[in-house]
Structure formats: C-alpha cells, structure tokens
Design a binder for this molecule. Structure first.
Ligand SMILES: [Zn+2]
Length: 323
C-alpha cells in the first residue's frame, strides 16, 4: 500500500467512524419518547356512566378508545398501546367500580406507561335531550263565588296563564381534565369548574368514597405528580382542546380538579389526561359522538395533540449518553 492509498484508507476509516457515530446519535434521538401509551375507556359493565337518549357513556367511550388505539398503531407504530378494557365489561372483568379504578391505575403503572389517556363523555345532571317546563305568559280574570249563606258574593280573581314549553338541554362542548397540582386542596375542592357536574355528577363518585386522597401514600404520589407530570399533562391537555377548537368544536377548556371523580389521573405515575369528548345529554352532541364521522374527528383531534406533544418531548429530550 503506497502512501496515497494509505491516506485514502485512513480517510475512509474516519468517514465510516463518523457515519457510525452519527448513526448512533440518530438512533438515540429516534428512540420513542412515548414507548407505551395507555388508553382508558371510562366506565363499563355495571357502570354505564352518563346516559343519553339512546346511548351510554361506557359504550361511546369504548368505541372512541378503540378507534384511538387503531390510529396510534397506524400513526405512531413505535409506541405500544395498552387498553384498560376492550369489552363492555369493567377492566379486569371486575364487578366493583372502585376495584376497577385501582385496576386501571395498576395496569398503567405496571406497564410503565409514558402517557395515560382516559376517554369519557360529559353530562350536566339534567334529563338528556330536554324536558317540558311551564312558564307564565299572561293573566286572566275569573269570577268566583265566595262566602256562605247571606255572605255569598261574587269576586273576580286574577289567574296566571301557563304555557308548557320545551326546555332543550343545551350544555355542550369538549373539556379536558388534569389533576390539580395543589397541595392544599385535597378535599375534593374543584379549582376551576364552570357549569355542569362533569365527572362529579356521575355514579363513579359514590364508588370512590373509599379511595383515600389524604393518606401519606396519596400525598407522596401527589407531590411526585406535581413535580414530574403536572406540566406535561397540562401541555397535552391544552393541545387536545386546541385541536378541538381547530375542528370548530366548542371548547370549554382545560379543567384542573382534584376530586375523586378523576382519582385515576393522580394514581398513574405518568402524565395523564381525561378527555370529555362531548355532552351525551345534548341531542346533537350525542348523535355526533356516536357517529362514525364524529368519532373519527375526535380521534383526529386527540392524535393531532399527541403528535404535537411527542414533538415537544423530543425537542426537550437530553442527548443520549455516550456508549
Ligand atoms: Zn365519565
């Protein structure tokens, strides 16, 4: 090998080394930041959640969740998707709502999830669709006879005229919940809550009475959540509502709560959100969240947000350690 050939050999060796090194960096950067995503369809089994005029929250949540799982598998194939339930039953086939809630959280934690997304739909505590109510539209005079015997006399009284009218249940829109990172408020105080009862109005509330939020274990979990997961949960929740707005939905915004209805969000050691995809108690929105088109749009909005969230995480990811 002459000198020139040797130089070329050395050069190619260096080039190969640089390509190998660069490849390693690229590989490290491409490692999925969302290795495991937990999709949690709310309610199930003995717990149908809120009821609309023809559908239940449990069924709608399951249908949207399965579509979301499919979209994740197609669009983020490097992420593993785990469902807390894929049938009409409560997670784990359990017959107790509280145990099923723990099961959801345990499942997410054991899988070491990077993200927990609960899918629900909203209700405002009033009759789905609407109800008949009465209102006074005017008054009329009526002559009545009062008194007895010689004291009998005629008297004119004024009476209200009632009209029956249909009161439409019109509360609608999307909202995304995150666990409130607030150390003083672990007594079930809603930090920001406008309008409907949301999850609090559902029958999950009763079943979580024994889920202690004031135990030392829960306090430690809450502090960990505040330090590690609150910011990311808020960021993703904001993106979800932003995507709904882009689609023309009415967004009621991101809500922070720390009440038992969304207990599962703080029990998962990972960023977590609960998406209220629409009000099952409003006629048009119930039709929308049950329709193929509606469910696909809801999934598209959540997917759009997850992808933006993923990109933001990759931007923040520290460089891979040298091998
Ligand atoms: Zn729910």
């Amino acid at each position: 090998m002459n000198n020139k050939k040797f130089q070329r050999f050395v050069k190619s060796f260096f080039v190969a080394g640089i390509i190998f090194f660069a490849g390693n960096i690229a590989w490290a950067q491409q490692r999925p930041v969302l290795s495991t995503i937990i999709v949690d369809p709310g309610h199930g089994g003995i717990d149908p959640g809120a009821s609309g005029q023809f559908s239940t929250e449990a069924a709608v949540a399951l249908s949207i969740s399965l579509k979301l799982g499919k979209a994740l598998a197609e669009q983020l194939p490097e992420s593993k998707v785990i469902f807390t339930r894929t049938t009409d039953e409560l997670p784990g086939g359990l017959g107790n709502i509280r145990e099923a809630l723990r099961y959801r959280a345990d499942m997410a934690n054991q899988a070491k999830g990077d993200l927990f997304i609960a899918i629900h739909c909203n209700a405002n505590g009033h009759r789905a669709g609407g109800w008949y109510a009465k209102r006074i539209v005017g008054h009329k005079n009526r002559t009545v006879t009062v008194g007895r015997g010689s004291k009998r006399r005629k008297k004119t009284i004024r009476e209200p005229i009632y009209e029956s009218y249909w009161q439409k249940n019109n509360e609608h829109g999307t909202e995304t919940y995150i666990w409130a990172a607030d150390r003083i408020g672990y007594k079930g105080e809603a930090i920001q809550s406008i309008g409907g009862e949301g999850e609090g109005g559902e029958n999950v509330e009763d079943s979580t009475n024994e889920l202690d939020l004031n135990s030392p274990e829960a306090m430690i979990r809450a502090q960990l959540y505040e330090k590690k997961f609150f910011g990311k949960s808020l960021s993703l929740a904001t993106m979800v509502e932003d995507e709904f707005v882009k689609q023309g939905r009415d967004s009621r915004g991101v809500k922070q709560r720390n009440e038992k209805g969304i207990w599962v969000l703080q029990a998962t050691g990972m960023p977590s959100i609960l998406v209220e995809t629409g009000f099952i108690t409003q006629t048009e929105e119930e039709e929308y969240i049950n329709s193929e088109k509606g469910q696909e749009e809801i999934v598209a909005a959540i997917m759009g947000a997850i992808k933006r969230y993923k990109t933001s995480l990759e931007g923040l990811a520290p460089p891979a350690p040298a091998k």
